[in-house]
Design a protein around this ligand. Structure first.
Ligand SMILES: [Zn+2]
Length: 226
């Protein structure tokens, strides 16, 4: 399995309501997910943990050969939704309260859309069971969103244009842990014990996904050998 740490030191992604780069949130969460997956015996390739993966093409190349590709991110919202506040003497943008929760994305341009969706649903289901809440705003029909639900109950959306998902040959899912522009959720996402619980939920979902992919593959082998 390939575990992709979203963004890099040079292009750090979103900046939180308190000025911390998304890449740092992604790296911290991915590290915990990695520990849990390795503990469960998953053979893992981690991409971009050093912050040096600046080209999307390289991420896809580094993930080649994996049976499942999971990219870890933290979320923002459209710039037009943001308000400003002053934190420690610096004026910074933040997102209103309704922009909150985790989201999962799959691309219909990925050659394995159905398997991608099945895996995203398994991760979303484990996240909900662990007490986390899914976002709703990505499905709104406004400019920059309009990412329809693929599995509304489990927080999975179609986001066809996402290059890292589209470019992958294997089932691929992008996970947004929560909205770091949301001032309350940023604090929650930075909380180590909550992060550990989230990492466990994501790892549990990923393990279920890998099990279903491998049992499916065994089934295909049997059919072929008849
Ligand atoms: Zn991101």
């Amino acid at each position: 399995m390939a575990l992709d740490v979203g963004h890099s030191l040079v292009a750090p992604g979103a900046i939180s309501a308190r000025g911390r780069a998304e890449f740092e949130f992604n790296r911290d969460l991915a590290r915990e997910i990695r520990e849990r997956l390795e503990h469960q015996g998953v053979k893992l390739r981690v991409i971009g943990e050093d912050g040096a993966a600046d080209r999307l093409h390289d991420r896809v190349r580094l993930g080649a050969g994996a049976v499942f590709f999971l990219s870890i991110h933290h979320d923002s919202t459209q710039a037009s939704n943001l308000l400003t506040w002053t934190h420690e003497g610096v004026e910074r943008p933040y997102a209103p309260d309704r922009f909150a929760g985790f989201s999962l994305f799959v691309s219909r341009k990925n050659p394995q859309t159905a398997r991608s969706l099945a895996c995203a649903s398994m991760i979303g289901e484990r996240m909900l069971a662990a007490g986390f809440t899914r976002s709703m705003y990505h499905a709104e029909g406004v400019a920059g969103e309009s990412k329809p639900f693929a599995d509304r109950a489990n927080g999975v959306h179609f986001y066809d244009k996402l290059a890292v998902l589209r470019g992958a040959a294997m089932p691929a899912v992008l996970f947004e842990a929560g909205v770091i522009l949301n001032r309350d959720e940023e604090l929650q996402l930075a909380d180590p014990s909550r992060r550990t619980r989230m990492a466990q939920a994501v790892a549990d979902g990923a393990v279920r996904c890998l099990e279903s992919l491998s049992s499916e593959a065994r089934g295909e082998v049997r059919r072929v050998s008849k």
